[in-house]
Design a protein around this ligand. Structure first.
Ligand code: DX5
Ligand code: ZN
Length: 233
């Protein structure tokens, strides 16, 4: 397993979501983000069912892996049936697979997916949507390498940050070990990043506040340095 999440060289990690990149030049866009200081790449997978949009599948993941053999690929599965896509995405070179608590029924089902991901050498994340109660996820967090608190309702980039989810970030942060990461995703620019980091988030996923800016390095630096007082866990 790639240990970027469990033993990060620095925190916070900045995870550009390529959903706002120019799809016609995706390799160039990934290269530019990595050259600008991105720690990993965040791939948003949507199935038109769990969320009302369609984006990318395992072939995109495999293409990114082919062009960037060493980059950490963080796949965010916004899909109804995550269990069915563990094998295709792990074969496509994903390092981390995050699926939604709203997409799994019983805790045992989540555990089975985690075991499958781990058996294939990946790390596993669990995501929670803004309307979902934090109690739904707290009993599960111990088995995950990453917890993802959504700060928009998933489906599209470029939406506004939903600040009340920060209560969830704080509640989850209090439960985590040093080797677990707490990611936030959606509507995060430098201003929002200050509050995210203060609440215990240590991985920032961002699409428009990086790829819609002229200078990716400035954009990534602004997110990373949003809370100078933030101390690494
Ligand atoms: C939302 C996706 C996010 C999205 C973030 O459904 O999971 O990763 O790309 O986009 P911004 O940063 O523009 O809100
Ligand atoms: Zn995402």
């Amino acid at each position: 397993m790639n240990d970027l999440l469990s033993r990060p060289p620095r925190l916070p990690l900045i995870a550009p979501s390529i959903l706002s990149a120019d799809f016609g030049r995706i390799a160039e866009e990934c290269r530019a983000a990595l050259d600008a200081g991105a720690d990993l790449l965040h791939l948003d997978v949507m199935d038109g069912h769990f969320v009302p949009n369609l984006t990318m599948g395992p072939d995109m993941c495999a293409a990114v892996r082919r062009h960037f053999p060493n980059v950490f690929i963080d796949v965010h599965l916004m899909i109804t049936d995550p269990a069915a896509f563990v094998e295709p995405f792990m074969k496509a070179g994903a390092d981390n697979l995050t699926f939604h608590v709203e997409a799994v029924g019983e805790p045992a089902a989540a555990r089975q997916i985690v075991e499958d991901i781990h058996a294939r050498g990946g790390s596993a994340g669990i995501a929670i949507n803004p309307p979902t109660d934090v109690q739904r996820i707290l009993p599960l967090v111990e088995q995950f390498d990453l917890i993802l608190v959504m700060s928009v309702n998933p489906g599209y980039s470029g939406q506004s940050f939903i600040a009340p989810v920060l209560d969830k970030t704080r509640a989850i942060s209090a439960r985590l070990r040093d080797d677990q990461r707490l990611e936030m995703d959606g509507g995060i620019g430098p201003r929002e990043a200050v509050d995210c980091l203060a609440a215990g988030c240590d991985v920032i996923a961002a699409a428009s506040s990086i790829f819609k800016k002229a200078n990716y390095r400035d954009a990534i630096d602004a997110l990373r340095n949003a809370a100078p007082a933030h101390t690494n866990k």
